[in-house]
Design a binder for this molecule. Structure first.
Ligand SMILES: [Zn+2]
Ligand SMILES: [Zn+2]
Length: 360
């Protein structure tokens, strides 16, 4: 976590994630009473202290959603259906959903003990970090990235074999609903979340091309968190996505530039105002329109407009101002196109004409 001492000696920590803050807001605002099954979302900067790497910045952005007050499998499934639709909508086609169940307060202690016994039996093959994890939280043995530890943990017992009847039923129902909606996922029986309030459904969104730390986001059930923050025993499930990491896997990498329908070219200072107005009215109609400053020759301006890939150049010079009409040059056919519309025609009419002429 990013902690430091403020000028007055106060110790500050910048938030590393938002779920705890959302739950605190749910309690302090009274939503827990007025809207106990609230569905909430957030977007904003979070912070980590560790050395920045590609796509892992000290200040990073997350979006997330939480469903509180619901412990039924429908809440988990509905959230994952939405997450899947969101990833498809932003073009993160290669993202993969990995799913597991972490059990609950009934069955996880049993599993934790089995894992501890397994770790003790393979102590000499585990790294120093894992020796510490063995004492504090054996579940984190499954998280270790050290090759030797991973090889050992491949053979470790998995949570699925220790799930109690209630957890098994819950997980089966979540999966059936995901299958029904055609949401693809892979079971990752070694997927864990380190904190104790996580239970049952746990998932990560991973993608290739991000290196060893390939998670774009993740989430799951945290039925013990509201109580841990001083509230009643209320369930919750949610996810968070890293926007910076998501941007890395979204097709296009920002290379795609919008196809300009037209570039507006004022030829002199007096034409600057009308040219901006013309461009603004077209842009308000949803057209991608370029606008250049005056000061160069018409030939140079037209060449520039051509380089930007525009179909049409809209010329506003001395004659055009006098006549109250613009000249439109077709940059592909290299000819002027008569525009019967006045400079101050309604934007919708101008846009309709430009769309038709530019094929936009
Ligand atoms: Zn290890
Ligand atoms: Zn259980």
């Amino acid at each position: 976590m990013y902690s430091f001492t403020d000028r007055d000696g106060t110790s500050l920590t910048l938030r590393p994630e938002a779920t705890a803050g959302v739950v605190r807001a749910y309690l302090e605002s009274g939503l827990v009473h007025t809207d106990p099954t609230a569905r909430l979302w957030y977007a904003g900067p979070m912070f980590r202290r560790e050395r920045p790497q590609r796509g892992r910045y000290r200040q990073f952005y997350q979006i997330g959603a939480e469903v509180l007050g619901r412990d039924d499998p429908l809440a988990d499934a509905e959230l994952l259906v939405m997450l899947n639709a969101y990833l498809a909508a932003v073009g993160a086609r290669d993202a993969r959903l990995e799913l597991n169940s972490l059990g609950d307060a009934t069955c996880r202690p049993v599993y934790r003990e089995r894992l501890r016994e397994f770790g003790q039996a393979h102590l000499e093959a585990l790294c120093p970090d894992c020796h510490r994890r063995l004492e504090r939280n054996p579940l984190r043995l499954l998280d270790c990235k050290v090759e030797g530890c991973r090889a050992v943990m491949e053979r470790a017992p998995v949570m699925r074999d220790s799930l109690c009847e209630a957890c098994r039923t819950h997980f089966t129902a979540v999966r059936a609903l995901l299958d029904q909606e055609g949401v693809p996922y892979v079971l990752d029986l070694r997927l864990v979340r380190g904190l104790d309030y996580y239970c049952r459904t746990a998932f990560e969104v991973v993608a290739e091309g991000l290196g060893a730390q390939n998670a774009v986001g993740g989430g799951g059930r945290y039925d013990g968190l509201v109580a841990a923050l001083g509230g009643p025993d209320v369930a919750g499930v949610g996810f968070a996505l890293g926007v910076d990491r998501l941007a890395m896997i979204v097709a296009g990498d920002g290379e795609a530039r919008p196809q300009l329908a037209a570039v507006v070219l004022p030829l002199e200072e007096r034409a600057v105002g009308p040219a901006l107005d013309f461009a603004t009215r077209l842009r308000r109609e949803g057209l991608a329109v370029g606008l250049e400053p005056p000061g160069r020759s018409l030939k140079a301006l037209l060449r520039g407009a051509d380089r930007q890939g525009a179909r049409l150049a809209v010329i506003v010079g001395e004659e055009e101002l006098k006549a109250g009409r613009v000249t439109v040059r077709d940059l592909v056919r290299r000819e002027d196109r008569p525009l019967a519309l006045a400079l101050d025609s309604p934007g919708a009419d101008l846009a309709r004409w430009v769309r038709a002429e530019a094929g936009a």
